[in-house]
Design a protein around this ligand. Structure first.
Ligand code: ZN
Length: 142
């Protein structure tokens, strides 16, 4: 997960969360990024360095921030996921595979998965990750 400071043509500053720098480039080039305040898709990345870095493989994550900032990042991340994904519940692993193998429409989903499910999906090259909360509060779901 990576966070960029973004700026639209009307000088609105906002944060964008992306799975990777490539994901940002892809969405940026495809014109899929839009300012949450005015909807402009003319969005530029600010030069500031992203403050969340995720290592590949066994390297795990490295986050440098104080506990208050980490907590606020965690909240924003969960909110972002809730707003930008479709809940498929216990069908998560099946849906993720269907999307990966283009048997289902490409979309962002969330749902329930066991550690085993997650491991198997990752072994198939399907990018999934676990939310940093065990149970999502009901009132946050729509
Ligand atoms: Zn704007």
């Amino acid at each position: 997960m990576i966070v960029y400071d973004l700026l639209c043509e009307n000088a609105h500053r906002f944060e964008g969360w992306f799975a990777s720098p490539e994901a940002f480039s892809h969405q940026h080039e495809a014109g899929q990024l839009a300012c949450p305040m005015c909807g402009s898709s003319s969005v530029q990345k600010q030069p500031s360095a992203p403050y969340v870095q995720t290592g590949g493989g066994d390297n795990g994550q490295a986050v440098m921030a104080n506990p208050e900032l980490l907590e606020s990042m965690r909240r924003k991340f969960v909110e972002f996921v809730l707003q930008s994904t479709v809940d498929v519940g216990p069908r998560f692993a099946d849906e993720a595979r269907a999307i990966h193998y283009r048997e289902a429409p490409d979309r962002a989903i969330r749902g329930l998965a066991t550690a085993q499910d997650t491991k198997e999906l990752q072994e198939e090259g399907i990018e999934v990750f676990s939310l940093p909360v065990p149970v999502l509060p009901k009132d946050k779901l729509h």
